[in-house]
Design a protein around this ligand. Structure first.
Ligand code: UDP
Length: 494
């Protein structure tokens, strides 16, 4: 992946536009670095809210300074700084992005302010698939080629893509609690695998006209209508489902696991590591704690950057971990649960027991944690980044999916790839204790062996000649080819 010759002297300029949260910005930063390494000029557009936090908690600014043509730009998400963007207010957040941010984006693209003197016009947009509905319209109107990047798995994307089928064949809306364990028929390729409880969370509505279900369905259909679709997965992991997706979107670039792929590319260039990429303050002391723990003895627990727990769930998890008598490292974000909820705090005995075998942080350097030899299991919410990070580290998972794509990921981890166990929505202390013991003792060998096989496949895919390696090269070639089209330099060119 070397810098390429550009016939008319201007390298491509790609606008990267992620959905504004940790789990989306992080893989987009990886993408930004892949492109920068290949000589592509990148404009990274994030909301003021995200950009401020990135500058505060990561080294992105100094790290990307070294790349010619790299430009940071920010845009408003239309909400005041202290507005709770996700959770209950998620729908308003999406609406604001579509209405306010969409209009601003169009103006910025049309005015040419997203380029630099070296490459004034955006020759291609890579937008988050979640934002496909309005970004696709803008790109079409301004005649700028657009490629989508989905930060979720192919299996969850395919399940979401099949929602119109499920509505048509009467499987949605889901009829009642008793149906949750029944198998779904209307997702081709997932017959015999997917239960109703495993469908993306926005399917859990009583009326199929629900705006969340409708919005997600529209975005998922639109994200296959660009010039290509980038996925943070690899062929060998999701081949059967990728084949189904390719019947609707012929040009797919599975280039993952992107964090490992990037590390290998940087190592070749003798750059020690990618930038840090967190919008939260990272507590690195847990690595020192892990250094003093025995090999594969620690259960790492985190439910990502967005999901929350009730206080009761937190206490059940805590008792389960403590009663398992295993060591644990737990990410309890300041906003993970409402401490003062119903006036009760965490029982003192749990805090005492934690001092003996546990370590709690507000935010961990997760990739480093999962690669640490002391970590033997991961109790996760099955976010796709976390799943890929665990998979590539060969760490078996206990899955407690919360929302969006997570239930589908959890099902594939436990039933298809067999590298973890599914908690089936239960948050009882006895279940937690049993699952921790299963992963760390009873079923350790079987799970570790399966996880290790998967890890090897993942590494092979991003190594020279591997599937993700070749798909990334193809993506870069295509971005250069788009740049060679004569009409491309018209919009916003000076
Ligand atoms: N993460 C982290 N430290 C933590 C918890 C999470 O660095 O303490 C990172 C994790 O490595 C992953 C991302 O945050 O890359 C979470 O993304 P994911 O898709 O797993 O879940 P989301 O937060 O989007 O629900």
């Amino acid at each position: 992946m070397e810098n390429k010759q550009v016939p008319h002297g201007r390298p491509p300029r790609v606008l990267l536009f992620p959905f504004p949260d940790q789990g989306h910005v992080q893989p987009f930063l990886n993408l930004a670095e892949f492109l920068s390494l290949a000589g592509v000029h990148v404009t990274f557009l994030s909301t003021h809210f995200i950009h401020d936090r990135l500058l505060l908690h990561s080294n992105v600014q100094s790290h990307f300074e070294t790349y010619t043509g790299f430009v940071w730009k920010t845009i408003s998400d239309g909400l005041p700084d202290n507005y709770p963007r996700l959770g209950e207010k998620g729908f308003e957040f999406f609406k604001s992005l579509h209405v306010v941010t969409g209009k601003l984006l169009k103006d910025m693209l049309a005015s040419g302010e997203l380029g630099s003197d070296l490459s004034p016009s955006v020759t291609c947009i890579i937008a988050d698939g979640v934002l496909a509905e309005f970004t696709n319209n803008i790109a079409t109107e301004l005649q700028i080629p657009i490629i989508f990047s989905q930060t979720s798995s192919a299996c969850s994307l395919w399940a979401s893509f099949s929602i119109p089928n499920l509505i048509e064949n009467g499987e949605l809306p889901i009829r009642g609690k008793e149906d949750m364990n029944k198998l779904v028929n209307g997702v081709p390729g997932m017959e015999g695998i997917l239960r109703f409880r495993d469908l993306p969370s926005f399917c859990r509505v009583t009326d199929v006209r629900h705006p969340n279900l409708q919005g997600a369905t529209r975005a998922n259909q639109k994200c296959t209508q660009g010039q290509g679709l980038i996925l943070n997965t690899f062929e060998e992991l999701e081949e059967p489902i990728l084949s189904h997706l390719r019947t609707h979107c012929s040009n797919i670039y599975p280039i993952g696991p992107t964090h490992t792929h990037l590390k290998l590319k940087l190592a070749k260039k003798e750059v020690s590591s990618p930038s840090s990429n967190s919008i939260f303050e990272t507590d690195k002391n847990c690595i020192t704690w892990l250094d003093s723990q025995p090999l594969k003895s620690v259960m790492y627990v985190s439910i990502g950057s967005v999901a929350i727990m009730t206080r009761d769930e937190l206490v059940e998890f805590w008792y389960g971990l403590v009663n398992s008598r295993k060591r644990f490292l737990w990410v309890i974000r300041p906003d993970l649960y409402k401490e003062a909820e119903d006036g009760k705090n965490v029982p003192e005995e749990l805090l005492e027991e934690t001092k003996k075998r546990g370590y709690v942080v507000g935010w961990a350097p997760q990739e480093e944690v999962l690669e640490h030899p002391a970590v033997g299991g991961f109790l996760t919410h099955s976010g796709w980044n976390s799943t890929m990070e665990s998979l590539v580290a060969g760490v078996p998972m206990i899955c407690w999916p919360r929302q969006a794509d997570q239930p589908v990921n959890s099902r594939y981890v436990s039933e298809v790839w067999k590298i973890g166990l599914d908690m089936n929505d239960v948050s009882d202390r006895k279940v937690v204790e049993k699952m921790v013991n299963d992963v760390m003792v009873e079923r350790k060998e079987e799970l570790v062996n399966a996880a290790d096989e998967m890890r090897k496949l993942a590494i092979k895919s991003v190594s020279e000649g591997g599937s993700s390696y070749c798909n990334l090269n193809r993506l870069i070639d295509d971005i250069y080819k788009i740049n060679e089209q004569p009409s491309i330099h018209a919009v916003g060119d000076h």
